[in-house]
Design a protein around this ligand. Sequence first.
Ligand code: URA
Length: 241
Amino acid sequence: MGKKLRLDKLLSDTGRWSRKEARDLIRGGSVTVDGVVLRQPEEKADPDTAAIAVDGVPLGWTAYRYLLLNKPAGYLTATEDACAPTVMDLIPAELRKAGLAPVGRLDKDTTGLLLITDDGALAHGLLSPRRHVDKVYLAWVDGAGTEEDCAAFARGIVLGDGTKCLPARLELPRPGLCRVTVREGKFHQVKRMLAGRGLPVKALKRVSMGPLKLDETLEEGRVRPLTEKEIAALRQAAGLI
Ligand code: URA
């Protein structure tokens, strides 16, 4: 069982409301705990056991924070680094929280979808090779892929150092552009798989991770909290519900 936390903290910890907005919602009668309207921000509830809702929408698992970053090139996927800027530097102050960490890694020059959360169980579930959560990348390459390349991806590419990759999907939307779906996350995997087929990658962008899609309205370098629906879908993909 978790511990009891103040209602205004529970709401603001989701990243969707400031502490002041949370207090206003509570005082205005929008927040229920186990079906009962509570109007005192300092009242406490246990998010693991109580059904907390805002205007009838369950707060769900949002004692944790879940952020979607559209990663620009030039940032390390790390929580800190002495020399280079990290993806954590892109999180605005009001969304920062102790324990936040990226789920998986994108190379410094790779752009696109990066999930950042303090929900360790979700991260573990999404990254577990057993769960086989699909990651989809767009790769701009020198040259044009062939049906033979697609077949080699489907069989499972063997990397230069002998590492055998799981079967993956290669699609060819147009010459010079590849769409790659992988279920694991080996070091430089997509670049190495394509390079092994004579298709060196010039730019790489992740567009989805399991059910979570890159929000095309989210500009590069921007972060937004996930919606309740996105969190639920991810928790399901991670085997938590
Ligand atoms: N594969 C790569 O080669 N690089 C990434 O950043 C992600 C997957």
